[in-house]
Design a binder for this molecule. Structure first.
Ligand SMILES: Nc1ncnc2c1ncn2[C@@H]1O[C@H](COP(=O)(O)OP(=O)(O)OP(=O)(O)O)[C@@H](O)[C@H]1O
Ligand SMILES: [Mg+2]
Length: 443
């Protein structure tokens, strides 16, 4: 990319001048995002020159700048004209994932009003359905052998399928033909000692799939339309239940799979009382949106937390409330250890500049450092940091330089949970020493 950019632009652009934006599905966990960052750093991108953006946000940001004429069908709908308080769903339908988020227009920006949901039923589910068809006809052994031994032909077959998959619509009536590599046909007929046409005639596909010699399989469109069934209903169902709870004005469809006329038709006919907005080039909307986001991340004002976050701490021991096994003796007296001190709660809305501040004190006079451990939890009200669903995500040690046996020496902790990745800053009041850390979700 550096070569490409420098060939085209006068002067040289150094890597210092580039901010990289990597987009990830909003349903990704904190750990998955960290994995992406570490991979990027291995690929020589400096961590401070890297921003992780959420794909539905990038798409939304881009479409807020889009005119009506750049949407499929040229309907008079444009996200850019939506007034404040308008809510809409962003449906990012990709190959692997379907990512569903609800955004609301606010002055000069957007906010997330429902945490992302979705799952692994994107466009490749249609491919899997076609693979099931192939193994039904040829048998799994022969299919695998063909893939292994004639990989190039196998790729050709899938390339042809991909092209045909894109052309399918709900009202298609013409038959569809797929070129089956001769090597596969020969392999099948030799091993099975049976004509392919005879085999097909004995399966449940007999009525809808024909093979008249040569290398073409001819399909009734219904066979192809059926390949989309599962993936489409898995996409439509969560949209339906979401719309029972929240009244939205539109559904914004982005991602490659959103270009599928099958999916478009299903969404439009199921949700007739909302506007369905599909930008032209739905598959590159996220990429282009990431560019806008990189320049103005402040466009996103609020996010919904996917986890509960807090810090491990000890508190004065209360018999009957606290677990006896957590009792520890300190210079402050009897304390209950491993308590989850909640800062923010799963499902809570946090604005971008919102910080959570807390102050820590040493437990013992001879302590030379304070140790902070940050936890994430799946539950809304965790009691202890070692209970099920809690994960240690970051640790910071603050050295108490020239420690003076002062039990009231304060260490201030300030954290941001609203960013696409979380950050924490620790200040030792006495020495003024400041430390920042990122969390570690990968363990
Ligand atoms: N016109 C079309 N009709 C049907 N499917 C299409 C069409 N165009 C693209 N696709 C499908 O969209 C998928 C790729 O979409 P996209 O590029 O958004 O995925 P991705 O972002 O790489 O995946 P993910 O979001 O899961 O990480 C593929 O399954 C492809 O077959
Ligand atoms: Mg995607």
């Amino acid at each position: 990319m550096m070569k490409f950019v420098n060939d085209r632009l006068a002067g040289t652009i150094g890597s210092e001048e580039i901010l990289w934006v990597i987009t990830v599905p909003a349903i990704w966990t904190d750990g998955a995002k960290q994995f992406m960052r570490e991979a990027a750093v291995k690929a020589s991108i400096k961590t401070e020159k890297l921003v992780i953006a959420l794909e539905p946000e990038a798409a939304s940001v881009f479409c807020r700048h889009l005119s009506v004429y750049t949407t499929v069908g040229f309907k008079e709908v444009s996200l850019a004209t939506f007034p404040d308080d308008t809510k809409y769903i962003v449906l990012d339908a990709g190959g692997g994932t379907i990512d569903i988020t609800v955004h609301e227009v606010v002055p000069d920006g957007l906010k997330e009003i429902k945490a992302a949901s979705g799952g692994g039923w994107g466009g490749t589910m249609v491919d899997n359905a076609f693979k099931t068809f192939l193994t039904d006809i040829f048998g799994k052994d022969i299919y695998d052998k063909f893939k292994q031994e004639d990989t190039e032909d196998w790729l050709d077959l899938w390339r042809d399928f991909e092209a045909k998959k894109r052309g399918i619509s709900h009202d298609k009536t013409a038959k569809i033909s797929i070129k089956i590599p001769i090597s596969l046909i020969n392999m099948f007929e030799e091993i099975k000692e049976q004509k392919l046409s005879t085999t097909i005639a004995s399966t449940k596909y007999a009525e809808n799939v024909t093979f008249a010699g040569g290398d073409k399989l001819r399909f009734s469109p219904s066979v192809f339309q059926n390949l989309f069934k599962e993936s489409i209903s898995l996409t439509i169902d969560p949209l339906k239940s979401l719309m029972k709870d929240i009244s939205v004005r539109a559904i914004l469809m982005v991602g490659g799979y959103s270009e599928s006329p099958m999916l478009q038709h299903a969404v439009k006919t199921t949700f007739t009382d909302v506007e369905v907005v599909i930008p032209l080039g739905a598959s590159s909307t996220i990429l282009r949106g990431a560019l806008v986001y990189g320049h103005s991340p402040e466009f996103i004002k609020e996010r919904i937390l996917k986890y509960t976050y807090g810090i491990g701490c000890s508190k004065e021991f209360i018999a009957g409330v606290h677990d006896q096994r957590k009792l520890i003796q300190t210079d402050r007296g009897e304390r209950c250890d491993d308590l989850f001190n909640k800062y923010v709660e799963k499902g809570q809305t946090v604005s971008m500049d919102e910080r959570v501040n807390d102050t820590f004190y040493p437990r013992n006079r001879d302590q030379t450092e304070i140790y902070c451990s940050v936890y994430a939890s799946e539950s809304k009200n965790p009691m202890y940091t070692d209970e099920e669903g809690c994960t240690l995500i970051g640790e910071i040690t603050i050295p108490l330089e020239d420690h003076d046996r002062d039990l009231f020496r304060a260490v201030k902790v300030s954290q941001i949970f609203s960013d696409t990745e979380n950050q924490v800053e620790v200040v030792d009041d006495k020495s003024g020493r400041k430390q920042t850390a990122t969390f570690n979700f990968l363990q």
